[in-house]
Design a protein around this ligand. Sequence first.
Ligand code: NCD
Length: 307
Amino acid sequence: MLKGRHLIDPKDFSIEELESILELAEEIINNQGDFKNLCDEKILGTLFYEPSTRTRFSFEAAMIRLGGRVIGFAEPGSSSVMKGESIPDTIRTVASYVDIIAMRHPKEGAPKYASYYSSVPIINAGDGGHQHPTQTLTDLLTIKEVKGRLSNLTIGLCGDLKFGRTVHSLIKAMSRYEGVKFVLISPNELQIPEYIRTEVLTNKGIPFMEIERLEEVMDSLDILYMTRVQKERFFNEADYIRLKDSYILDRDKLKLAKDDLSILHPFPRVNEISYEIDEDPRACYFDQLKYGMYVRMALIAKLLGVA
Ligand code: NCD
């Protein structure tokens, strides 16, 4: 049962629970009219302490398409956060007005902390450089739709693997499926955090390799997950400028890839994928962002216990 639960980390839900959300998302895609009054009378609160386009809009659109309503802030400066209000007080307040909360915060662990004080489900919509479980639901649905399976895949993750929270969550989730291999492509300075390397991969015997050059591994990949270098998490601008264009996927590099490669990107894109790739049938990132709304519809419905 997912009713009343929080989603802070992808591993909060079992594979079966994740699967039930993906299945409901597929049902919603195929029969949208059947779901339009599911959340009548329900309210989603969106607390975004950090910038967002896709995550916030897709959450809000999801709730509205389920017949529910949305209140919240996209800019903490417009709320009592500016007056120094603590997370527990903000959450206790908002939880007494709404039925479910999506929260994004620059501090790792903030949504988890919030969940201790919330009488309604808290969904982590991204916490600092840590986790982003609803982007992972989006990614899982995209992979399932384009590949027809979530097992037996070689997944290349490329770019800022250190600060990229979508990467951390996707590795956590995909490492639970059989026959999945990870190829981690990044500059040395932007390799995955040690806890992912040891606790999620090495200790569980999951096959992975770490490499700097995308060209060397391109032909082995079933999925290529590109990410931007996370400017806002750097301490030093010079390091960001040096690393920001480490990878630019263009036609020449793509010539080395399999015909059935699927290219994903959580977006925003800065420079990592050249616009000429958008027309390539292997580019799945525009479908991916659409799936993000449907999977959030399914998630909201499950956590509210209405489907
Ligand atoms: C990602 C995020 O916020 O972590 N964006 C998103 O939610 N789709 C990726 C990013 O900001 O690079």
